[in-house]
Write a protein that binds this ligand. Structure first.
Ligand SMILES: NC(=O)c1ccc[n+]([C@@H]2O[C@H](COP(=O)([O-])OP(=O)(O)OC[C@H]3O[C@@H](n4cnc5c(N)ncnc54)[C@H](O)[C@@H]3O)[C@@H](O)[C@H]2O)c1
Length: 254
C-alpha cells in the first residue's frame, strides 16, 4: 500500500534520486529551493512549527530527512542551524504530528576516523597489497567523527535514538558512503570511491527498504554498494531489511 512520505532536502542529489526511483509512494518534498516533486513546500527546517503543520496537513507517515549542510569542512556556524537545530526540529515535529518513522541521512563521516587505521587506511588509498582478511566496520562500532560535519551526523543518530526510546518513533540512520552525481566510482586517480561508492539504485533501494520494513526499531545501516573493497558491514541490511545492494564498484576498474 502506498504511504505518504515527506523528503526534506528534496531538491538535492539524493532527493532527486528518490523521486526518479519511486515506485508507489506519495512523495512530498521540502527544501529551501524549488524541486521537481509534484507536491512540495519551500521551507527551512529551522522552522519547527511550520514543519509540524506541513506534516499534519499532508498526513505524513514517514519522513526521509536529507536536508542539511553536506561539506566535511563545514564550520560550526553553518552546521548549528542546518544540521543540529534542523535535525532536532525534524524529530520534534515528527513526534508532535504522529509521524511513525524517520529515516535520517547520517554519514560515513560519523565514523570516518577509522580510516586513519590500517587496514582501512590502506584500502581507501588503494594500497591493497598487504591487506589480508579484515573485519568490516560494524554499525555498532565506536562513533569516531572525523569533522564537525561528522559530529553533526553523530548528533542526529543520538537524538534519533532518544526519540525512538522515549517516544516510540521508528528510526533508521543511514551512514551513507559516496553517492555521486555521475553514478560511478571513478574520479581521477582516487581510490577511495572504490570502497565507499553507493550507486543510485542501491541508495534508493535501501531507502525504500527502510520505508517498507516492519522490522525497524532504532537501526543504523551503511549506505554503500556491495563493493569488493568496502570497509563497512552491510550484513544487517540483508538480515533486517531483506535488502542486498546490487552494484559493485570493481566492475569500473580498468
Ligand atoms: N551524497 C552523498 O554521498 C552523501 C554521503 C553521506 C551523507 N549524505 C547526506 O545525505 C543528505 C543528502 O545528501 P545530498 O548529496 O543529496 O546533498 P545535497 O547538498 O545535494 O542536498 C541537500 C539539500 O538540503 C537542502 N537544505 C540545506 N539546508 C536546508 C534547510 N535548512 N532547510 C531545508 N532544506 C535545506 C539544500 O537546499 C539541498 O537541496 C545530506 O544530509 C548529506 O549530509 C550524503
Amino acid at each position: 500500500m502506498s504511504k505518504n512520505i515527506l523528503v526534506t532536502g528534496s531538491s538535492g542529489l539524493i532527493g532527486g534520486i528518490i523521486l526518479k526511483h519511486n515506485s508507489k509512494n506519495n512523495l512530498f518534498g521540502l527544501d529551501i529551493v524549488p524541486c521537481s516533486y509534484p507536491s512540495h513546500e519551500i521551507s527551512d527546517i529551522s522552522n519547527s512549527k511550520k514543519l509540524e503543520n506541513i506534516f499534519l496537513e499532508n498526513n505524513i507517515e514517514v519522513v526521509v530527512h536529507l536536508a542539511g549542510k553536506t561539506s566535511v569542512s563545514g564550520t560550526w556556524d553553518n552546521l548549528i542551524g542546518n544540521n543540529f537545530d534542523g535535525t532536532a526540529n525534524v524529530f520534534e515535529a515528527s513526534k508532535n504530528s504522529g509521524v511513525k518513522k524517520v529515516i535520517f541521512a547520517s554519514s560515513n563521516h560519523a565514523v570516518g576516523l577509522f580510516e586513519n587505521d590500517d587496514p582501512y587506511k590502506q584500502i581507501v588509498s588503494g594500497d591493497y597489497k598487504d591487506v589480508k582478511d579484515y573485519d568490516l566496520i560494524k554499525s555498532n562500532c565506536e562513533v569516531r567523527p572525523d569533522s564537525l560535519y561528522g559530529v553533526s551526523k553523530a548528533f542526529g543518530e543520538n537524538i534519533g535514538r532518544y526519540y525512538h526510546e522515549t517516544f516510540g518513533i521508528k528510526v533508521a540512520c543511514l551512514r551513507i558512503g559516496s553517492v555521486r552525481p555521475v553514478d560511478t566510482p571513478i574520479e581521477g586517480d582516487s581510490h577511495r570511491f572504490f570502497s565507499t561508492w553507493c550507486s543510485h539504485k542501491d541508495i534508493s533501494g535501501l531507502i525504500e527498504a527502510c520505508i517498507n520494513s516492519e522490522n525497524i526499531g532504532f537501526n543504523i545501516f551503511y549506505g554503500v554498494s556491495d563493493n569488493k573493497w568496502k570497509i563497512w558491514d552491510i550484513s544487517d541490511q540483508q538480515k533486517i531489511l531483506d535488502f542486498h545492494p546490487q552494484s559493485n564498484a570493481e566492475i569500473f576498474r580498468t
